[in-house]
Design a protein around this ligand. Sequence first.
Ligand code: AHR
Length: 503
Amino acid sequence: QAQAVPVAIDANRPGPVVNRDIFGQFAEHLGYGIYGGVWVGPDSPIPNVRGIRTDVVTALKALKVPNVRWPGGCFADEYHWRDGIGPAAQRAPGINANWGDAVEPNTFGTHEFMDFVDQLGTEAYLSINVGSGTVKEASDWLGYMTGPTTTALGKERAANGHPEPYKVKYLGLGNESWGCGGSMRPEFYADQMKLYARYVRNFNPAQKGPNAMQRIAVGPDGAKTEYTETVMKAWKEKTWAWDLEGISLHNYTVGGWPPHLPSTGFGEADYATLVKETLGMDNLIATHSAIMDKYDPEKKINLAVDEWGAWLAPAPGTNPGFLIQQNTMRDAVIAALNINIFARHADRVRLANIAQMVNVLQAMILTDGPKMLLTPTYHVFRMYTPFQDATLLPATFEAGVYRAGDVTLPRIDAAAVKAKDGQIWLALTNLDPHKPAEIVPEVAGRRARAASGEVLTAPNVNSHNTFDAPNTVAPKAISAQARGGRLTLRLPPKSVTVVRLDF
Ligand code: AHR
């Protein structure tokens, strides 16, 4: 039996705030991500509110989703917002050329997305079309969404049912402009980006001053640093005429391109490979942050990891253009490790969006007609809700390693925070699929008397939920009391635990 591992939490050295926006979601027009997953239409027998699935909204509300990025992804750079407004019967269908040439019915457009945002009680993160659109098109979109009804665009919005201006918290200035968003040289993108940063304005009076819309420029593709350097240099040399609040980083856990590792039925070698790759997110953020520090030592610019997650082989028998994959206990571990990394980089990472919310890649929810299931990743997001806007506390531990073949991984990972209500929460991941771990939380100067919260584990790393067995991977309550002044927590193999410490 291995020795219990002390995890030292320093409550006297509070770190930065873990911005709740790191728990953001991403909903692209891709496969069943929107159509079927969120939107079923008002005439559907599937219970809905104005066409939006009630079961999906109810489930997502429990995650306290801070923001949703929409309409893409690659889709965003071919999206023309005028196709998605006005009476539904008059909206012209188009082709979703990025994702399987599916027919895009345009029945889910600006108003439907903002209704979804309202129903969820979240914030909008809009990605505008820089690849195939124009500055005027994007500027008109924001004019339509946020302008007063005394303007033609604001009047048109009111005529379409929403006199109040919409709130747009984040604006993405293009998507992957180094790839599907136009294959632009970084210098060319930086020049384009300045035009969008200047002319795409938010007129909502409620978004002046501290609530101002934040503009997120395209940043690095994984480890490549050209965009980071060029966009940050442009920002450093900016004039009064434009500004930025963030740059994006996209990085998936893939296991080699094109994605070929199966989402179910895999063995320990695949598990260890993908978990190791996930841990590379830490170094990636550190690398880009160091470049950003050269131009922005005050860390004004946010590094927004607005696409992350496991990207695996399409589930057998599904349309490969729809990016449908299952979600296992391995995905739960991947999610928890990424969240811990973002929290530890809270001084620079203040926005992140998992790809994607429903039915696409590492999803929270899978649907099949009227059926819905919650994935292991969903449960991790719900268990971590006390981390939203909490203060990071340094947590140090030495737990040794877990080895699988050539791959060596830390045995556990831990992150601690002081929540907004002053309570201390500890998140622990046991990466080892075979051995439990015993943890002794030590909070400087204070002895915890008890711990309570939830633990997520499963029979195997590849265990997953199905429509017939939706609770194979589901959290369970966990609690522990101090004995002889010492509080010990037992972490099952391959598990994610989030507990509150009581003193
Ligand atoms: O999330 C799927 C795709 O991955 C997005 O559309 C694109 O931005 C990225 O390459």
